[in-house]
Design a binder for this molecule. Structure first.
Ligand SMILES: C[S@@+](CC[C@H](N)C(=O)[O-])C[C@H]1O[C@@H](n2cnc3c(N)ncnc32)[C@H](O)[C@@H]1O
Length: 241
């Protein structure tokens, strides 16, 4: 089920109910002993008698350890459900959007085709950022009428980002670029070259107490945290209020 992003108040009523009714609350961690972001977000809705179950999903490039982790998580969750326990797996933002939960979903379907489960959608960080932007005087609706909206990871280098921006402009597609943090120094240069720094919105740790939203032009050149994204609108409808 989706939680946050950041703000525990952004859980849906369905998500809060699912947490309250769970006997076991599973959550992803990137290393043994790590604090899960999703758990931190959902903490307000947990009770002391609920079992907390960290599931390790190592952040590595190799396929082997990642596949093992998804299968291992599916096995553990299926075992608990088989014992008759009510289990939820927390996931930051939406459960179907660049989410670890999606891999677990597929592993469960593959390994335990008869196991019942349901997905509780959450609010994607890109949507939360667009909703938070007006608090800084920045209005960036994600899509009007025939426009497109593309939510995707930031490309790995300048050239493909240039192409992406060009195609998005030609096709009236707003971009929600995630995983911008480490790439920000060269992304900023590309935006500057294309005169986009004034209209792009940078959003860092949306929903957290230290949320920061700013025009890209106001964001310094150093790398930024993993939880940061960009909203880029290069056109507006001809008819507006
Ligand atoms: C693995 S994706 C998770 C997406 C998530 N499932 C969603 O629905 O938004 C992680 C990326 O999403 C973006 N992100 C997630 N939460 C965020 C937040 N609270 N503030 C800013 N960006 C966030 C960042 O770009 C981060 O690198």
């Amino acid at each position: 089920m989706g939680v946050g992003p950041g703000d525990p108040e952004l859980l849906t009523i369905a998500a809060v109910r699912a947490v309250e009714q769970a006997e076991v609350v599973a959550y992803p961690v990137g290393r043994v002993g790590g604090t899960g972001m999703a758990l931190t977000i959902a903490e307000r809705w947990l009770k002391p008698d609920q079992q907390r179950l960290p599931l390790l999903f190592p952040m590595v490039a190799e396929a082997g350890p990642r596949i093992d982790a998804w299968r291992c998580a599916a096995d553990r969750l299926a075992q608990l459900v088989g014992e008759g326990r009510r289990v939820v797996l927390l996931c930051e933002g939406d459960v179907s959007l660049f989410a670890t939960g999606s891999y677990v979903q597929l592993a469960l379907r593959e390994r335990y085709p008869d196991l019942p489960f349901r997905l509780v959608p959450g609010i994607p960080a890109v949507c939360a950022a667009a909703a938070a932007a007006p608090s800084q005087g920045l209005d960036l609706p994600l899509a009007f009428q025939q426009e497109g909206l593309l939510i995707r990871p930031c490309p790995e280098s300048s050239a493909p980002l240039e192409v992406l921006l060009q195609v998005a402009e030609e096709n009236h597609t707003v971009l929600g670029l995630i995983k911008v943090g480490q790439r920000w120094p060269w992304v900023r240069t590309v935006l500057q070259r294309r005169n986009l720094l004034e209209q792009a919105v940078f959003a860092q740790r949306v929903g957290w107490p230290d949320q920061w939203i700013a025009r890209a032009a106001e964001v310094s050149e150093e790398t930024k945290p993993y939880f940061s994204l960009l909203l880029i609108r290069q056109f507006w409808p001809q008819v507006l209020p």
